[in-house]
Design a protein around this ligand. Sequence first.
Ligand code: NAI
Ligand code: SF4
Length: 441
Amino acid sequence: MSKKLLLKDAHVEGIRYFETYRKQGGYGAAEKALKMTAEEILEEVKASGLRGRGGAGFPTGMKWSFLAKPEGVPRHLVVNADESEPGTFKDRYLMEFLPHLLIEGMLISSFVLGSNVSYIYIRGEYSWIPDILEEAIEEAKAAGFLGKNILGTGFDCEIYVQRGGGAYICGEETALLESLEGKRGNPRLKPPFPAVKGLWERPTVVNNVESIAAIVPIIDITGAEYAKIGVGRSTGTKLISACGNINKPGVYEIDMTITVEEFIYSDEYCGGIPNGKKLKACIPGGSSVPIVPANLLLKTVNGEPRYMNYESLADGGFATGTMMGSGGFIVLDEDQCIVEHTMTLARFYNHESCGQCTPCREGTGWMYKILKKIEKGEGKMEDIDLLWDIQRKIEGNTICPLGDAAAWPVAAAIRHFRDEFEWHIKNPELSQTQNYGLANY
Ligand code: NAI
Ligand code: SF4
């Protein structure tokens, strides 16, 4: 079922501008929140069950409650708008069409966290969006929703937009903070977490764009009502950016009770696969999460339908599971070559590795080279086991999750499509000209 909290006004003409946003009830949640105490708002966020929408799904209320508050040390909210995960473009949509929703969410969140100076760190490739955000910030300031003594509460808040330089790694929260400080975006070892030592060693909360935007409806309808939407620990609504072999690519807001099948085939969402082709596989949460073949995508290992939520996609941690991740939903039809697809991802992670840890720096390069060889029809059977071995040596042995993100797609591709790798090796003459084909498995 479609339930709109974030995108309910997305198609109202002029919603990008303060006047229209305000007419639609915008900044009502901020007015309500600023009459509450920070503790009361935090309780609402905890009650909502909101989980971080950037990919990790960490409970937002819990993250906020971890924020250290040493006397006399400024604290910061940093919004992670470095949305670079392949297949993910839902934050771009929010910022482009609903910038005031983000600004309002930031105002409420900054008030709770005691951040007088908050930042939006946005990926360099979103070159046209900082102007939209900066215009919205100016409008909010002119209307008294940012700046000094907001709504007479004595609370001051400024928001600055910082453009990234186009490195995927700067979406990792500690690399982002390094970059925001003007340094090369190398991830830091955690702990300490940013909540204790973040921007300029000050306590910092780093939250995704969608997580912060969700604070507005949580305050509007209350945390308890928000928690009633969805199922289990997958509360509220989630934005999904759908792409690949589907009839209707785009950004959809779902309430996490729909099945994967409904999401792919219903006209309300992806509208099915073009030209009547069959579904081969899907990566439901951005390129870093494991690929799942069609048969396991439409049902869990217990034969239950697979739902579009955190728990069902993970399938209880079985090897058939994947993750909700960032909600970048990539659909592959029967014509797609899994080996080529995995090679493309391996090239991406190799290119984006910052090079600090050996398993990631060297391992991503080796995985790309071996996959390229297999894809060209020059592979040997033992290359498959070598690939498996390399990804095992990367996973869990690196400073930041980019290493895992590079290893998982390779592991899942071998686990579910090993015969397709073997077909490339056994049929070098066909390897580049023909597809392995659905009929073969
Ligand atoms: P994480 O699980 O390490 O951390 C999640 C959040 O919880 C972080 O903000 C961390 O600081 C906080 N946290 C965890 N334990 C804590 C503690 N004990 N005390 C205080 N704070 C604590 O995951 P991470 O590295 O933030 O995100 C990884 C995910 O990001 C991946 O699973 C992937 O899906 C996603 N991703 C999203 C991208 C996008 O463009 N949206 C790009 C690349 C990855
Ligand atoms: Fe850099 Fe890769 Fe290590 Fe992350 S895992 S710190 S990207 S080398």
